[in-house]
Design a binder for this molecule. Structure first.
Ligand SMILES: [Zn+2]
Length: 319
């Protein structure tokens, strides 16, 4: 039998990342197409199908050697059918995405939440390689979560399991979240949350170096971490608060699945040990000793490829 191919598709609000991946995990072709969110994103399956046809032809790959497509989207997914209940950034609502994509491509299709795919990718080839018990947290504009328990991604009764970003961490008076509630982890530990907290904290520290970026309208989570490195007290306070809340939320998750590895990804994770050290300290503070002993933290290794690699792995595990 010749080479077998897996297709990963990572659907985001602005682009769809696509890749052809071999059984070994090697990416042989990776590209992006724009996400067409017009008319509630109804053209997306067709766009993905034509992009795949085009590349199959260009690379001279026979469709019969493709095992299937593993696709991820930010939203609530019925993984058994590939039906999307809602994916706000894409415009999908009650959209039978899996069936449409399968009909357009003539390939088998598996669909899951994008954060779950990132967890799967890290589980196959990244920082959580081979772990049967894994918690993956993505800290970007929002906060995503994926949990692997007993070697399997947890989806739950209707696709909301492991939505770590929406764990309530501030019961009263929290900031409004995209989900419509207030006080979610996402409002605190995302890049957006870090910036919000830094602006608030800087008011107590008139000499803080954060003011320069705030006044220029250029404050980002990266600036906050740079200020921490430079010894800025306000920035240090922000980091302590964020990691304390995040560490508490992760320890609460850890009591459910007893992870061997906790992988932190997304743009904010580029801060590396600057983020991990206080986060681990908070985790040790809130988790059972025995839970702490079993687990270690790591920074995600696959970057932007985690989704497409996880998609390929979803096919590989299910085919
Ligand atoms: Zn929320």
């Amino acid at each position: 039998m010749g080479e077998r191919y897996y297709i990963g598709a990572d659907i985001g609000g602005t682009t769809v990342k696509l890749a052809f991946i071999l059984d070994s995990g090697q990416i042989i072709k990776k590209w992006e197409i724009p996400t067409n969110t017009d008319e509630k994103g109804k053209a997306i399956p067709e766009d993905i199908a034509s992009a795949i046809e085009e590349q199959l032809k260009a690379l001279n790959i026979d469709k019969a050697s493709v095992e299937g497509i593993g696709a991820g989207a930010p939203g609530f997914v019925d993984t058994a059918t590939g039906y999307i209940h809602e994916a706000v950034n894409i415009g999908w609502k009650d959209f039978d995405f899996g069936r449409h994509l399968s009909e357009r491509t003539g390939l088998r299709v598996w669909v899951d939440n994008d954060a779950n795919l990132a967890a799967l990718g890290e589980n196959w080839l990244g920082a959580g390689q081979g772990c049967r018990e894994l918690i993956a947290v993505t800290l970007g504009t929002g906060v995503g979560g994926g949990i692997i328990s007993n070697g399997l991604v947890i989806n739950g009764a209707n696709g909301t399991a492991a939505e770590l970003g929406h764990v309530t961490v501030i019961p009263d008076g929290g900031v409004l979240c995209n989900c419509g509630r207030t006080g979610c982890l996402e409002t605190v530990a995302s890049a957006t949350g870090i910036v919000r907290e830094a602006k608030k904290k800087a008011e107590e520290y008139p000499d803080s170096m954060l003011h320069r970026a705030i006044d220029a309208g250029e404050l980002t989570s990266k600036t906050v971490f740079e200020a921490v490195e430079a010894g800025d007290e306000a920035a240090k306070q922000v980091l302590l608060k964020i990691t304390d809340v995040l560490g508490m939320a992760i320890s609460n998750m850890a009591i459910v699945t007893n992870p061997e590895k906790i992988v932190i990804g997304g743009g904010v994770s580029k801060a590396g040990s600057l983020l991990l050290e206080p986060l681990q300290a908070a985790f040790r503070k809130y988790a059972l000793n025995r839970t702490v002993e079993a687990s270690s933290f790591g920074i995600a290794e696959l970057g932007n490829d985690a989704g497409v690699i996880g998609g390929a792995y979803l096919v590989k595990k299910n085919k």
